[in-house]
Design a protein around this ligand. Structure first.
Ligand code: NAP
Ligand code: COM
Length: 522
């Protein structure tokens, strides 16, 4: 029988939560279920959120704020899901290290920068920094959810779906009018001989299991956001890094010119890219750890010696339990199918977040949770993620929204672009763009100072797409995307007030061209 502790009437500080979570994760209290359940409230729950990641937590908070009663059931001893535990948060830490190391290596021996020749940064040290520090974000999630948002939750115990209104957890059954499934997704497995060897990692096992310092050569399998983000970090630490990509690298960046700039800068940093390549097998060394990988390309099979293979092949939704217990309908990628009210095929059962398929992004997890909550509380809502702003990290941040130049030219008769650096033969080597965190590049290595492009339909003067490679533009893209969907024109953009030197330069560049009755490229 699982030990149950009800903490409803305790008020732990964030620091006290850190200690408790550590005990629950690794210490004496590993098997205890933590109940933060209001036994004095005899109202029926409006919803049980199964899974307390971004979707469950934001949905529950919204439903509670609207006056409903909710319960989150989460198998980890903290709320927030994979984001603070092994996904977005470590990935942002590693991407920040990649950007910092690229700057240090580029400036090596100049100004106050130390000579970085032969300096290899420790991957394990950074992973350890994350592993030691992640309990901080975990604790904040639990504290905020209980003390500030007044949420009810059960942690550190796996919920089992009994029926569309009932979930059993730690020996107790909870009933609700609705069930909201936010069970997330897990890394797809690599299928090849040797895939289960020590020394073969994905984003989740990397932060749990890395207990040695990887050697000189790292092999990354996959060609999308996760593969590139981790691959650029490994490369920046000073290791030979080879990306094994089954089709084309970074198809997700739809604009050819932007993708070209991004991939060229990765190659400049020494990232080796094998496209049209597959893993044949991974070879074990005498110590049982991977010692080499065999890659199949059009030229045959190549053996690469390495003790560290990282794969990032996408995510599979955790849909098995709801499919077996409730018979919810699934799509081709095992995602739970929902309508635009986030309802599954089973009445009173909703699904949100990564469980419903791509895009597996934070905004969609949180928004879908909130929209499900609003529908449960009686609001008429429509939610399908579409036309969202997007981003990824290489050694840079890459942000984009709307149509690529090719897509825009196929849709509209007259497309205008406004670009930085300027589209001249020597453009790449001029000190533009230049702004926060790219000033040193602009003056000392101009081609590394970034790329930005605004795409306009000349007939309506509307912005139809934008792409940015550099740093600090994500915030602007969140708001710009909203304005673009409302019909933002070059004239409105040029009439805004810029905080010079702003990372996108779009306002000032739009102002230089807005006076033209017939728009022209810049
Ligand atoms: P993904 O976008 O689903 O891409 C999977 C990659 O793995 C593709 O390059 C795919 O190749 C390749 N692949 C799949 N199966 C393979 C196999 N058996 N052998 C070789 N290659 C294989 O995966 P992801 O990058 O891990 O991202 C997962 C989700 O998390 C996405 O929804 C993504 O948006 C999100 N995410 C977002 C960020 C961010 O910074 N915004 C960061 C990480 C993840 P093909 O292209 O040939 O299919
Ligand atoms: C963020 C987790 S790390 S949540 O979306 O705030 O729950």
């Amino acid at each position: 029988m699982t030990e149950v502790v009800n903490i409803r009437h305790e008020h732990a500080s964030i620091r006290e939560w850190e200690v408790r979570i550590e005990q629950l994760l690794e210490g004496s209290a590993r098997d205890a279920a933590v109940f933060n359940v209001n036994e004095d409230d005899d109202r029926e729950y409006d919803a049980i959120f199964l899974g307390g990641g971004g979707g469950g937590r934001f949905g529950a908070a919204y439903l509670r704020a609207m006056g409903g009663r909710q319960l989150i059931i989460e198998q980890w001893p903290f709320l927030g899901g994979s984001c603070p535990h092994n996904a977005c948060v470590p990935h942002h830490l590693f991407s920040e290290c990649a950007a910092e190391l690229m700057l240090q290596r580029t400036m090596s021996g100049r100004l106050w920068f130390r000579d970085m020749t032969d300096v290899r940064a420790s991957i394990k040290d950074v992973v350890d920094v994350f592993r030691r520090g992640r309990v901080g974000p975990h604790a904040i999630m639990n504290y905020q959810s209980k003390e500030q948002l007044d949420l009810e939750y059960v942690l550190n115990a796996r919920g089992t779906i009994i029926d569309a209104h009932t979930v059993e957890v730690a020996g107790r059954r909870f009933r609700a009018k609705n069930l909201v499934l936010g069970l997330g997704a897990r890394a797809q497995e690599l299928h090849c001989p040797g895939a289960d060897l020590k020394g073969v990692f994905n984003y989740a096992t990397l932060v749990e299991d890395l207990d040695y310092e990887p050697g000189d050569t790292v092999v990354v399998v996959g060609g999308s956001k996760t593969a590139v983000e981790y691959g650029c970090f490994f490369n920046a630490t000073g290791r030979r890094t080879i990306l094994v990509v089954r089709s084309q690298l970074l198809k997700t960046i739809t604009d050819d010119e932007t993708r070209g700039y991004v991939v060229d800068r990765m190659r400049d940093q020494g990232v080796e890219i094998l496209e049209g390549a597959l893993v044949d097998r991974i070879e074990a060394g005498a110590d049982g750890r991977a010692c080499a990988i065999h890659i199949k390309t059009s030229k045959g099979i190549e053996r690469i010696a390495t003790d560290f293979v990282f794969h990032a092949l996408g995510e599979t939704p955790n849909s098995e339990m709801p499919a077996a217990a409730l018979g919810v309908k699934l799509g081709a990628k095992n995602e739970v199918l929902v309508n635009s009210q986030l309802q599954t095929s089973v009445p009173n059962v909703y699904a949100i977040g990564d469980l419903i398929g791509g895009p597996m992004e934070m905004f969609k997890a949180r928004k879908s949770g909130v929209y499900a909550a609003r529908h449960i509380m009686g609001e008429a809502i429509e939610y399908q993620p579409k036309a969202w702003p997007d981003f990824l990290h290489t050694h840079y941040e890459v942000s984009w929204m709307g149509l690529s130049e090719q897509e825009a030219r196929a849709r509209y008769k007259d497309i205008i672009t406004i670009k930085m650096p300027p589209d001249t033969p020597d453009g790449l080597n001029v000190a533009l763009p230049a702004s926060d965190r790219t000033m040193l590049y602009a003056f000392l290595e101009p081609k590394m100072s970034g790329f930005q492009k605004l795409i306009l339909d000349a007939a309506t003067r509307r912005v139809v797409g934008a792409f940015h490679v550099g740093y600090g533009a994500k915030d602007a893209f969140q708001y710009l995307n909203h304005l673009m969907k409302q019909g933002l024109t070059i004239d409105q953009l040029g009439d805004m007030d810029e905080l010079f030197l702003n990372p996108t330069h779009f306002i000032q560049l739009a102002r230089l061209r807005a006076g033209n009755r017939t728009l022209r490229n810049l």
